[in-house]
Design a protein around this ligand. Structure first.
Ligand SMILES: NC(=O)c1ccc[n+]([C@@H]2O[C@H](COP(=O)([O-])OP(=O)(O)OC[C@H]3O[C@@H](n4cnc5c(N)ncnc54)[C@H](OP(=O)(O)O)[C@@H]3O)[C@@H](O)[C@H]2O)c1
Length: 292
């Protein structure tokens, strides 16, 4: 299959590209003028065609879709934004335009990466839900991948989980279990979804192998590092006030994602048969991170 990957320079997108090449697919990666040059070079050196484009530029998206059998989109502006980027132009209008461009170009298959358990309470989640709805109505054979929260994002210093400093920010009271998943497992499942009949016209939840509360996660890190962690809890009411008062869409969306973490995962989610299962445990991640 000839597959266009949008988000190819991101954490999940890069790994998806590697899996697709290994599976014998021909991969075209959408990259931007502002994308990290080393990452773009790495993609090109692994036999991937890189095409310049931007979700905010509909003409470039239409050209990128032309001649492809499938589109995979992992792109988002939630965690890193170049000047001019916004959740509105990327996650909402950009992704909606990508679905429309795929239809117009006669693409057969579309895999979209969303998030598990979103509420329509922020520009980010509303954008994801709008794209999911557009895809369902598009006539494309779609897969909506809904991962739980990534351990390599939410157990990292970016969100206050400081392994070196032995301190952890916990969103909410830390008692609701989450099925922490590693981004590399998500990428493997996204790539596999393209060839899996069970993933056609389906929502694919992607959850890690264990349900662990944030406090249990901290205990694992304490055991692996042999250090006692300081725990700083941010009450859900505080996060809700932050979400309600936020003036910037990204700030509001982050507060909503922290609330999503605080709420825990639904307890009735099971992986889809016929796809690889996410296998990385929090303990394996902690050992990898610390070299223990
Ligand atoms: N982190 C979590 O806990 C979590 C949980 C569930 C689901 N997810 C979802 O997983 C997906 C992948 O996340 P990730 O960690 O791989 O994200 P990431 O590393 O931040 O990568 C984002 C990608 O989107 C691209 N992008 C941004 N704006 C663009 C635009 N206007 N046009 C084209 N490309 C654009 C970026 O390109 P540049 O390099 O050019 O900026 C980059 O390739 C996202 O959809 C996210 O919502 C994440």
């Amino acid at each position: 299959m000839q597959i266009l990957v949008v988000g190819s320079t991101g954490v999940v997108g890069r790994a998806v590209c590697r899996h697709l090449v290994s599976a014998g697919h021909t991969v075209r990666a959408l990259v931007r003028a502002s994308s990290d040059p080393a990452t773009v070079r790495e993609l090109a050196e692994s036999g991937i065609e890189t095409v310049a484009g931007d979700l905010a530029d509909p003409g470039s998206v239409a050209s990128a879709c032309a001649g492809t059998d499938a589109v995979v989109s992992t792109a988002t502006a939630i965690s890193s934004q170049q000047p001019g980027d916004s959740l509105f132009t990327t996650d909402r209008e950009g992704q909606l335009g990508l679905v429309d461009a795929a239809v117009a170009a006669g693409v057969r298959r579309f895999v979209f990466v969303s998030v598990l358990g979103l509420e329509p309470n922020s520009p980010f989640s509303e954008a994801k839900l709008a794209v999911e709805a557009r895809l369902r109505a598009s006539g494309l054979t779609y897969t909506i991948v809904q991962p739980s929260i990534f351990m390599d994002t939410w157990l990292s210093h970016h969100v206050g989980f400081d392994t070196d400093g032995a301190s952890a920010v916990i969103y909410g009271d830390g008692t609701r279990p989450l099925r922490w998943v590693h981004s590399s497992d998500v990428a493997e499942i996204v790539a596999a979804a393209l060839d899996a009949p069970a993933a056609e016209n389906a929502v694919v939840p992607v959850v890690g192998p264990e349900a662990l509360t944030p406090h249990q996660v901290v205990e694992i890190f304490e055991e692996v590092t042999g250090r006692s962690f300081t725990r700083n809890q941010v009450p859900a009411e505080h996060l809700e006030a932050q979400r309600a008062a936020a003036e910037h869409p990204t700030e509001q969306s982050f507060a909503a994602l922290m609330l999503r973490y605080a709420a825990g995962d639904p307890d009735d989610v099971e992986p889809v048969e016929g796809l690889p299962a996410a296998h990385t445990t929090v303990e394996q991640y902690a050992r990898r991170l610390t070299g223990a």
